[in-house]
Design a protein around this ligand. Structure first.
Ligand code: UD1
Length: 420
């Protein structure tokens, strides 16, 4: 099993190009199942989760070709399978996003209940409730969700009980081929939802209001082919910004969209970072070598993203002062705390949703274990700060979401090696 060996103590500095967004690419690839003609998806990152989605599309009968520029072309003219098996869904929750497109286009689908990161129970009740509102008959049997709508879906008002990114995406896609108008209420407003809506419109869908809490979709009889370039990955960008700040360095990110990172950039400035940006770059420089402690609280977009809570905690671990971190999205997203304390951090947990971080001057190397995707990247940041060489085990979690992380960190002067 691969590990990362990181010798800490250097300030990260240099230029980096941000990859395409994983969390946009996955729903967009699922959305290709709605189209009868070939769809070309550009700027897709080379990641394990994307490979898993491509495998799933192939299993369902889509033809998938990846060209020399890593564009992914999907032709889902006719599917041979309307069942997404446990083996392909268990490692990645986003696989569940094929449900809406398949029911919408074929009137039936069976998708295994999802797996993915071990960060809480993560139900899919809102996806199912919404599909039922659109007229599908849904049962959960033997670990599979079985949905049927032999006469197609019918547009209606759907009220989600809570803000869910995946739920909003599944229902947006399903509604594209429903008859009549659908209004989705209490939608997630994440930039990836905007990207998905723009993608669907490129194929001829009629989606409006994406990026607000009410999305309207006027159903069309079919979607055509097209070419779409995925947005930059805001979580990857934010992770490298935090890594540079935690190590007292400076970084210039190209192909990054600052408009999607408002809450994170604001907190970084409060920690002492000087930030400048234009439409496609962000640069960060730490004015002091030691960051100031900053409280954070996660919430749906445009609030501070849960996917950057762990990385920010790594910076707070060595900051001047004490900070409070509240996690409001997932119930088990502090698994990195124990590992950070092994590196000499002083973090107390108060229940499932609050951590108090007493900043220490230095962390010290220790063997640690990655537990989920974003927790892993927080350990990378902690190891980059720590004195000595830290070995992080189980980094397959990182490979799900960070493209060539060791190469990118080396490019910034980090001493990072992949070892077996
Ligand atoms: C997506 C992101 C993930 C991010 C998360 C929150 C992708 C591929 N993944 O995950 O990186 O951390 O958004 O920003 O885009 N919930 C329910 N019932 C449902 C659906 C969700 O109770 O039917 C709960 C979940 O358990 C969780 C919360 O709602 O507590 C948010 O989940 P959701 O927004 O759906 O996250 P994902 O789409 O799985």
């Amino acid at each position: 099993m691969d590990k990362l060996s990181i010798t800490g103590g250097q300030s990260l500095s240099g230029r980096l190009r941000v990859s395409g967004a994983k969390n946009s690419t996955l729903p967009i690839l699922a959305g290709t199942l709605l189209a009868k003609e070939p769809v070309l998806v550009g700027n897709a990152p080379h990641l394990q989760d994307v490979t898993t989605m491509i495998e799933l599309l192939g299993h369902l009968g889509a033809d998938v070709v990846i060209d020399e520029k890593l564009n992914v072309e999907v032709s889902a003219k006719d599917l041979c399978q309307l069942r997404a098996p446990y083996e392909l869904v268990k490692t990645m929750r986003a696989s569940f996003l094929v449900l809406g497109p398949m029911v919408a286009r074929y009137g039936q689908a069976e998708v295994s209940l999802p797996g993915g990161c071990a960060i809480g129970s993560r139900p899919v009740d809102q996806h199912l409730k919404g599909l039922e509102a659109l007229g599908a008959k849904v049962v959960v049997e033997d670990g599979y969700v079985k949905a049927e709508a032999p006469n197609g879906l019918t547009g209606t008002d759907v009220y989600m009980d809570l803000v869910t990114v995946g739920g909003t995406e599944n229902l947006m896609m399903a509604a594209c081929l429903a008859s009549g108008e659908t209004r989705l209420h209490n939608c997630a407003r994440e930039p990836e939802i905007v990207d998905l809506g723009d993608f669907l419109n490129t194929l001829g869908a009629q989606v409006s209001g994406h990026g607000t809490s009410t999305i309207t979709i006027v159903g069309v009889s079919e979607l055509k082919g097209g070419h779409y370039r995925v947005m930059p990955d805001r979580v990857e960008a934010g992770t490298y910004l935090i890594a540079a700040a935690a190590t007292g360095g400076e970084v210039f990110l190209t192909g990054a969209d600052p408009h999607t990172l408002g809450a994170v950039l604001e907190k970084l400035q409060m920690a002492g970072a000087e930030i400048s940006s234009d439409d496609d770059h962000i640069s960060l420089r730490m004015s002091n070598t030691r960051p100031q402690a900053v409280d954070i609280e996660t919430s749906p977009y445009p609030g501070f993203p849960t996917d950057m809570q762990a990385q920010f905690m790594a910076m707070n671990a060595v900051a001047d002062g004490t900070s409070t971190i509240r996690e409001n999205i997932f119930e088990n997203r502090f698994m990195h705390v124990q590992e950070m304390n092994r590196l000499g951090a002083n973090i107390e947990l108060h229940g499932h949703s609050m951590a108090v971080v007493h900043g220490v001057q230095n962390l010290r190397a220790a063997p640690v274990m990655a537990t989920d995707l974003r927790a892993s990247s927080s350990l990378v940041i902690a190891a980059l700060v720590a004195e000595g060489t830290t070995v992080i085990d189980r980094i397959y979690h990182i490979d799900r979401g960070y493209e060539t992380i060791e190469e990118k960190l080396q490019q910034l002067g980090g001493s990072v090696q992949r070892v077996r």
